[in-house]
Write a protein that binds this ligand. Structure first.
Ligand SMILES: Cc1cc2nc3c(=O)[nH]c(=O)nc-3n(C[C@H](O)[C@H](O)[C@H](O)COP(=O)(O)OP(=O)(O)OC[C@H]3O[C@@H](n4cnc5c(N)ncnc54)[C@H](O)[C@@H]3O)c2cc1C
Length: 436
């Protein structure tokens, strides 16, 4: 009988600005008794909650239990920058040539998820700053402009709309002329991720129960797997492992994921007289992966995300965080010179999983134990929904799509992986220094 034991549990702090800005709503119990259920979902982020919701639709009479190690939204689900994108996160070098339908299907799937979320937000009156303002993709350097050309070529090939911008347009839109070139794509929704993920957990179908502060420490496989928690045992028909980067701590290198940490900060509100102009809310992502993403939030605060580092130990050192904060302050100063005296209210780190040559991993880990792991809110939502379809054997086009994208290339063993990722992140960060 296979036993999956986790050697690491999340230890998220309360430094996240979203957490501090909006006291999270809703109360969830801790599992402290022994229970039986049909399906147990481990991890209540975008993947886990989407899987539980979809399972409940497939199996309205089943008992479904979701177990979250910490507080819902205090993991990456609620500590991200809040770009709910509708286009592929990384644009392929082949510009989707000859496989346009694949690219269009990806976009259709994301837009359908955004449509479901839009209805959810409106039906439940969710106050999550849902803003359908799209996003800017911007470049400062010549290399960045070349990356943008690749994005444009992909969008042209797929027949997608976008608008091109130069420094004067950027000055008007964002209040800075730091960027030399860019485009605006209209479909991204900017959100407060913590508010939305908490609302999703608070409004699950009747046959789903969500527990917080209920870390799973051990999974004993078998015809009815057994989960061990701090003070309770859960026996389930089937297990869905949706702990994202922490999947690695249960199943090791099999997940083929590269754990990365990245950092974000939110400034104090800028006095309205000192705001450097531009639209009242906007979001900009760098043309390459290693620049800074930035948002102007509705309350005149600015959010900056930058810096990737190897996340094998799941959290960065104080030194790394201080360095990321320095870079984030530099990115604000570069864009807005010294016209504004920015000060950070909150700075935090969080985890993302990265895969070589794939969008993620979805499959059966052991009999009756399944896992899905991916990166980014829309993809994680999609992987969660399709994990539910996989488990109940209700496949379709969307599951086929996800399975096609679930074959990550192999990784070198530790410590080679660690050294390689460290060298590559530091090289790319230097190469893309102007985009920071
Ligand atoms: C700073 C930052 C900015 C980002 N910006 C964006 C962005 O703008 N747009 C975007 O789309 N994506 C963004 N991301 C990525 C995105 O947040 C993640 O890819 C996404 O949240 C992953 O969702 P998930 O549900 O798979 O995992 P998670 O959100 O990590 O959820 C997994 C959950 O499992 C729980 N868990 C782990 N182990 C156990 C256990 N043993 N027992 C029970 N529970 C357990 C964790 O506590 C966690 O809550 C960003 C990430 C970071 C860190």
């Amino acid at each position: 009988m296979a036993v999956l034991k986790t050697s690491e549990l999340p230890r998220d702090d309360n430094d996240c600005g979203w957490w501090q800005l909006h006291q999270p709503s809703g109360e969830f119990s801790t599992l402290t008794e022994d229970l039986n259920c049909d399906y147990a979902v481990i991890g209540a982020g975008w993947t886990g909650l989407a899987a539980a919701r979809r399972l409940a639709e497939f199996k309205p009479d089943a008992r479904i239990i979701v177990l979250e190690s910490g507080q819902i939204g205090n993991g990456s689900a609620g500590r991200n920058s809040g770009f709910y994108y509708d286009l592929p996160f990384l644009f392929p070098a082949d510009e989707f040539k000859g496989r346009e339908e694949d690219g269009r299907q990806e976009i259709r799937l994301y837009r359908s998820i955004i449509g479901e979320l839009r209805d959810f937000v409106s039906n439940h009156n969710v106050n999550c700053d849902w803003s359908e303002i799209g996003q800017y993709h911007a470049a400062v350097s010549v290399e960045g402009a070349n990356e943008l050309k690749l994005i444009e070529a992909c969008l042209d090939n797929l027949g997608e709309d976008y608008r091109t911008l130069g420094p004067v347009d950027f000055k008007k839109a964002l209040g800075t002329d730091y960027y030399r070139s860019g485009i605006h794509t209209p479909g991204t929704v900017q959100i407060n991720p913590l508010a939305l993920i908490r609302a999703l957990a608070n409004n699950m179908p009747d046959n789903v129960t969500v527990y917080e502060n209920s870390p799973v420490k051990r999974i004993e496989g078998g015809s009815r797997p057994r989960l061990e928690l701090n003070s309770g045992i859960l026996i389930a028909g089937e297990i869905l492992l949706t702990t994202n980067t922490f999947v690695r701590s249960f199943i090791g290198a099999r997940s083929r994921l590269v754990p990365l940490i990245t950092f974000a900060s939110i400034t104090k509100p800028v006095d309205s007289g000192l705001v450097p102009g531009g639209e009242s809310q906007w979001g900009v992502v760098p043309s390459g992966l290693f620049g800074s993403s930035m948002r102007r939030l509705s309350n005149n605060r600015y959010l900056v995300r930058s810096t990737y580092a190897y996340g094998a130990d799941y959290w960065g050192s104080k030194r790394l965080k201080a360095r990321a904060m320095e870079r984030q302050m530099l990115s604000l100063r570069r864009r807005f010179l010294d016209a504004v005296n920015f000060q950070f209210d909150w700075s935090w780190s969080g985890l993302v999983s990265f895969f070589r040559g794939a969008n993620g991993w979805l499959g059966e880990v052991e009999p009756n134990v399944y896992a899905a792991v991916s990166s980014g809110m829309p993809l994680c939502t999609l992987f969660g929904q399709q994990l539910a379809a996989f488990v109940v054997d209700a496949g379709g086009d969307a599951l086929d799509f996800v399975l096609r994208r679930s074959h990550p290339a192999g990784l070198p063993p530790e410590p080679i992986l660690r050294y390689t990722v460290r060298a590559m992140t530091s090289l790319r960060q230097n190469q893309e220094w102007m985009e920071i």
